[in-house]
Every structure is written in structure tokens, then in C-alpha cells.
Design a protein around this ligand. Structure first.
Ligand SMILES: [Zn+2]
Length: 78
């Protein structure tokens, strides 16, 4: 694994998870060999899914859990 590929993948992670990326194959190849980046993808997907579920269930008022999750997502740069 090259450091260059690792840095590039970190930058592109959110777009990759959102399906907005042209370089999907290159990122997928790096994820297969990089434990750190594949873990980040798993966490990002989990947070996004949770936010979607919260939005459906609790649209009118924020629970403490929802606020904390959104703050965490913001830190991830999602
Ligand atoms: Zn990596």
C-alpha cells in the first residue's frame, strides 16, 4: 500500500460512500488492502445510515442521540 493512495483515499472517502466518485475502482482497490480506510468507510456508512433512520423516525424534534450523532458525522467530514 502506498502512502499516496492512502492519503488520496482518505480525501475521497465521503464521496465514495455517497456514490459520487468517478475513481471508484481505484478507491475500492485501496480499501481491499488498507485496514484503516476500510474501517473508515464502514463507520461513515453506519453513521449515514443512522442519520437517515433518525430523520425518518424523528423528523420534528432532535433527540440527544441524534444531536450527538450529527456532531460525530460533522467531525468525519460527512
Ligand atoms: Zn488507506
Amino acid at each position: 500500500m502506498s502512502t499516496w493512495a492512502h492519503r488520496r483515499t482518505k480525501r475521497l472517502l465521503t464521496a465514495y460512500v455517497d456514490g459520487e466518485l468517478d475513481q471508484t475502482a481505484a478507491v475500492a482497490a485501496h480499501l481491499r488492502e488498507c485496514w484503516g480506510c476500510s474501517g473508515d468507510v464502514a463507520v461513515t456508512r453506519m453513521v449515514k445510515r443512522s442519520l437517515r433512520n433518525l430523520g425518518d423516525r424523528d423528523r420534528d424534534h432532535d433527540t440527544l442521540g441524534a444531536l450527538r450523532l450529527r456532531r460525530f458525522a460533522a467531525q468525519l467530514g460527512t
